[in-house]
Design a protein around this ligand. Structure first.
Ligand code: SF4
Ligand code: SF4
Length: 451
């Protein structure tokens, strides 16, 4: 009872997310103007004015590859934002007398912008690699998301998880007590499996080398995945800990377009490290979670962290394997095995070689998708689409290129390093009858460990 009271009190005193609430039509423009001011910079302004309509970006966008619809060519999606900016936020015209009384934004324009920013762009960044002008449509449409989020025009699947993360500390609403209880149960199970009655899982240990931040879905619904990660840390002899204060890699505020909300959620991870004085942070497989903590937070706060760069668990696995801290049985799984590069970990995160080193240590039958690495196609589940039930059919259509890529490899197993990508590729396998197994690289490693 005392605990319940404390949780209610915590929820009530928790800060509230910025934006995400519907704004009255007559104040929408002024609210959007504030969001524009906060999020526009010279680079975005330059990109907005640089398109030469060459069309080279079309084939790099998985949406366009799926149905050839010209509406979803990256350059045409940028135009949806340009039109809104020209009409309502022109730097000169908007200062003219009478302009401020323009009233409400045009509903059709806003709806088109919503579709371009949230439904038809996963912010994967692939089009930026083909644009001769260096235009990054994902970054530009992120500005559109920021403006739309400020007036509450965003997918429902990006509202509730952020509110819950603010109130409870993780997007699933898992209580600290339940988390700790689950970890105790995992420790018992793992101890039995490894025939080690002294086995325990470190929680809230001070001065550990690694603070491991899991995905809360692992802690609640997919315990075998979390046990796999812990097994690897244990077998490598890592001085690791979990935190009972923060156990959430996920940051759906990033996909909302709200940097303020993103920072608020990230701060919890940083505070957890600070409280425990852990030397470094390693993250469970989560593309956008990695992108945020490896790159976005430092960029937004304008200064680097005082601790080493945040790691994805795959980088740790690669390190352990190269240092001989873990031994892996080769070819335990029937191949071929292919690897899907999550956009936020590979192209937008820079982690390209580590997963390849790990997979090559696990199999002699690794086959690359074409293209792969930085030029890999998005699976279609990024940008927050996989978190929103409304986008099921859209995701499947947008993932057609990925399904083709997978089929062409002839792979039996698709390995990847992101929860959203795993969900999406499993859905693609069903929809396109790919006959594959989708596995986390953590799972493949843990099951190949020689104890
Ligand atoms: S960022 Fe990705 S999804 Fe968005 S327009 Fe470019 S290629 Fe398409
Ligand atoms: S490749 Fe770049 S310059 Fe060419 S149409 Fe696309 S966004 Fe415009």
């Amino acid at each position: 009872m005392e605990q319940d009271d404390k949780q209610i009190e915590n929820k009530e005193s928790a800060p509230k997310p910025v934006g995400g609430q519907v704004v009255e039509p007559d104040t929408q423009l002024s609210v959007m103007r504030q969001a524009l001011k906060k999020n526009r910079n010279r680079q975005i302004q330059f990109m907005l004015n640089s398109c030469v309509n060459c069309g080279l970006c079309a084939e790099s966008c998985h949406y366009y590859c799926a149905d050839g619809n010209s509406e979803v060519i990256p350059a045409n999606k940028i135009k949806k934002l340009s039109r809104v900016l020209q009409k309502y936020f022109h730097p000169v015209k908007s200062r003219l007398p009478g302009f401020q009384e323009i009233g409400q934004p045009d509903e059709q324009m806003i709806s088109e912008l919503y579709r371009a920013a949230y439904e038809n762009c996963t912010m994967c960044g692939k089009c930026a690699l083909t644009c001769p002008m260096g235009i990054n449509t994902g970054e530009i449409l992120y500005l559109a998301r920021a403006m739309l989020c400020s007036i509450g025009r965003l997918p429902s699947g990006l509202v509730h998880p952020v509110e819950t993360a603010f109130e409870v500390g993780n997007y699933l609403g898992l209580s600290t007590e339940d988390f700790v209880e689950n970890i105790e149960w995992f420790a018992e199970e793992m101890g039995d499996e490894m025939e080690d009655e002294n086995f325990s899982i470190s929680v809230d240990k001070q001065n550990a080398e690694i603070l491991y931040i899991p995905h809360p879905l692992e802690a609640r619904d997919l315990p075998f995945l979390m046990m796999n990660a812990i097994k690897i840390l244990h077998c490598a002899g890592e001085n690791y800990t979990l935190s009972s204060y923060d156990f959430d890699t996920v940051n759906y505020a990033y996909y909302q377009g709200s940097k303020e909300n993103m920072m608020q959620i990230s701060q919890r991870v940083l505070d957890a490290r600070e409280k425990l004085q852990a030397k470094n942070i390693a993250l469970a497989p989560c593309g956008h979670g990695y992108r945020v903590l490896r790159w976005e937070v430092e960029k937004y706060q304008g200064k680097p962290f005082t601790f080493p760069p945040v790691l994805s668990i795959v980088e740790l696995i690669d390190r352990y394997n190269r240092q001989g801290r873990i031994k892996l049985e080769k070819d335990k799984f029937d191949g071929p095995i292919t690897y899907h590069d999550p956009c936020n970990i590979a192209r937008r995160g820079g982690v390209l070689q580590a997963p390849r080193n790990v997979i090559n240590a696990l199999t002699s039958n690794f086959v690359e998708m074409q293209p792969h690495g930085p030029r890999n196609y998005c699976c279609g589940g990024g940008g927050g689409l996989a978190s929103t039930g409304d986008f099921g059919q859209l995701r499947i259509k947008a993932g057609q290129k990925k399904a083709d890529q997978i089929r062409q490899t002839g792979a039996k197993i698709v390995a990847t390093n992101c929860f959203n990508c795993m969900t999406q590729i499993r859905d693609l396998s069903k929809a396109y009858d790919l006959g594959i197994e989708v596995k986390s690289i953590v799972e493949l490693t843990a099951e190949s460990l020689i104890l």
